[in-house]
Design a protein around this ligand. Structure first.
Ligand code: AGP
Length: 608
């Protein structure tokens, strides 16, 4: 989704803006632009396509302050005229993330006042609105604050004025924004990774904040216009963690980072001899003692993590669990349960649907909230009473990989803590689970060893248009996740079904051109699954079976066995995810798609 970078310095800021945009490319975008103030004039460069093209077009552009943007089209097609920043009367330039819902009404009003619109975007109204107040003698800060009171919707914005070369303004409501603090230079951006090359000191703006950013200082005002102090954090991100290194793609790098990401996420518990609620926050013990069910809200891959957790929570902790797609839950008339633990799961912590679902859950009298998230300072974490941070490190590839497996690890911890609290975990089984968790990173590493086998196998998918994924029980959500990965990055239409459902409809799709991918752990449902696979073979379907050791499934005509290690019990879904990630990655390579930035998709979905 859109990205913003702003900079004010004693040096040319164009390289800083461009590098920042490059670091935000992973969020997904279709066009880019920047504006600098130069000799009292706004100098703007915009282009469709990649930031590299914008860089080529900006070689002669210079300025000591400026704002830049990557756009992911919502209002108006991807084109140069719709790319940000948008300019009003050669004086005010604005870059914007989010959606302005009342833009049509504002556009009509501003047009009647003589403002000319040169784009189809909702953002252009912000530039004209600020100009309308600025031209009446208000300061840039006051003009922005006045304009913001007229907007309905979500925004993070950066603002600059041609006649104000010592000042940038930025503001947020509904979309993330942070200020980067340097030595006599300041910056702002949609996320910290964009600024790591210039500073690690970050100040996260809160809902409704507006900030004035100067060379040697910055001031933050809250939604009421009061001067406030927001704490500065030193970012733990490193340049290396957002760089590709020796890998071909971020997705490949992130798949390989899973053993370490799992070890980091599990660090606190793996070094201890027992599980305590405190890992979820100081109020966790009291909260967990007051709950009688769990409601999980999430989108996409994070939703799939929730689906796995439902099996764990009901079976191991004996607590009823519902899992809902956040974008549905937020509008569904449902029955609130004050004793439900509302768990939101999100890699980014900025997903608009998940945030709204959480607000909706709270508004229905459900105060017990827990967020499982990979970004400590994100909105979702701040909105929740309890939290468990996954420590996957930055995930740049749009297709979520290490974030998913670390979410599963975190959800397994939640299951064990709730099971213990509810008297369903003996000392011995607690120790057994801890032992298995300690072993999980090395088990994940050994699964990565089958990469060459999968790379070869992927060649057989290059000409396919459809694929069917099957799983049962705990591994049905893994089949869903496998299908989502394949769709996302290889653009092959993929469906996932619980294998027992085959004969209730999808079997009609199976013929020799339909590859059927089966997740086959050596668990209690194995024999049932084998019967389902027979149904596929009988219709000529080509099977690709990811089977644990000792399943007695063998390669034969129409059956391709991909051998997994021994069954890993409850943690098996985590291990079975990895080969499916690799399969989608290598199929995408075969198809020559843009693996890290698949078409039409964005990394952080900060709009509805
Ligand atoms: C997964 O590969 C996705 N690109 C997408 O489904 C993602 O999981 C979803 O948008 C939710 O994002 P979040 O975890 O940041 O909330």
């Amino acid at each position: 989704m859109c990205g913003i970078v702003g900079a004010i310095a004693h040096r040319n800021v164009v390289p800083i803006l461009l590098q920042g945009l490059q670091r935000l490319e992973y969020r997904g975008y279709d066009s880019a632009g920047l504006v600098v103030v130069n000799n009292g004039q706004l100098e703007r460069v915009r282009s469709t396509g990649r930031v590299a093209e914008l860089a080529t077009k900006s070689v002669n552009t210079q300025g000591f302050l400026g704002i830049a943007h990557t756009r992911w089209a919502t209002h108006g097609v991807p084109s140069e005229r719709n790319a940000h920043p948008h300019i009003s009367r050669e004086t005010i330039a604005v870059a914007h993330n989010g959606i302005i819902e009342n833009y049509e009404e504002l556009r009509a009003r501003l047009s009647a006042q003589g403002y000319q619109f040169t784009s189809d975007t909702d953002t252009e109204v912000i530039a004209h609105l600020i100009h309308s107040h600025y031209s009446k003698g208000n300061s840039l800060l006051a003009a922005t604050q006045m304009a913001l009171t007229e907007l309905v919707g979500a925004y993070a914005i950066g603002v600059t004025a041609a006649d104000n070369p010592n000042l940038l303004i930025c503001a947020r409501k509904g979309s993330p924004l942070l200020i980067g603090v340097g030595e006599n230079e300041h910056f702002f951006a949609s996320d910290a990774s964009a600024l790591l090359q210039v500073t690690k000191k970050m100040v996260y703006l809160e809902e409704g904040d507006v900030a004035e950013v100067n060379l040697d200082s910055y001031s933050v005002f809250n939604a009421k216009g009061e001067l406030v102090v927001r704490p500065a954090h030193i970012s733990e991100l490193t340049n290396e963690s957002v760089e590709l290194g020796d890998y071909k793609h971020y997705m490949q790098k992130e798949i390989h980072e899973q053993p370490q990401a799992l070890a980091d996420t599990l660090e606190a518990v793996c070094n201890s001899h027992s599980l305590v609620p405190g890992i979820f926050g100081a109020e966790a013990a009291a909260t967990f003692a007051d709950i009688n069910s769990v409601l999980i809200l999430a989108c996409g891959t994070s939703f799939h993590a929730g689906l796995v957790a439902r099996y764990w929570l009901e079976e191991i902790a004996g607590i009823p669990c519902n899992v809902e797609i956040a974008s549905e839950y937020r509008y569904r008339v449902s029955v609130g349960n004050p004793k439900a633990l509302v768990v939101t799961i999100s890699q980014s912590g900025e997903t608009a649907d998940t945030q709204s679902a959480l607000n909706h859950a709270k508004s229905m009298g459900q105060p017990h909230t827990l967020s499982i998230c990979n970004v400590p300072e994100s909105a979702l974490v701040r909105m929740s009473k309890l939290r468990l941070l996954t420590r996957a490190g930055p995930e740049i590839g749009v297709a979520s990989t290490k974030a998913f497996t670390t979410q599963l690890a975190a959800l397994f911890l939640l299951t064990l803590v709730l099971a213990k609290q509810r008297g369903r975990l003996t000392k011995e089984s607690e120790q057994k689970h801890l032992h298995e968790l300690r072993h999980l990173p090395s088990a994940a590493k050994s699964v990565l060893g089958i990469e060459p086998v999968i790379a070869k196998l992927a060649e057989r998918f290059a000409d396919k248009h459809h694929a069917l994924f099957l799983g049962r029980g705990l591994h049905y959500p893994i089949a869903l996740e496998g299908a989502l990965k394949l769709k996302e990055i290889s653009y092959i239409h993929a469906e996932a079904y619980p294998a027992g459902e085959l004969k209730h409809g999808p079997l009609a799709l199976v013929d020799k051109d339909m590859p059927v991918i089966a997740v086959a752990p050596n668990d209690i449902l194995l024999e049932k699954l084998k019967s389902n696979l027979q149904e596929v073979r009988a219709r000529g379907g080509e099977l690709y079976v990811f089977a644990d050791a000792n399943t007695r499934i063998h390669s034969s005509e129409g059956v391709n066995l991909i051998q997994m290690p021994e069954h890993a019990g409850y943690l098996s879904p985590i291990l079975h995810t990895i080969p499916l990630q690799l399969l989608s990655y290598y199929v995408a390579l075969q198809k020559g798609t843009d693996v890290d930035k698949p078409r039409n998709l964005a990394k952080s979905v900060t709009v509805e």
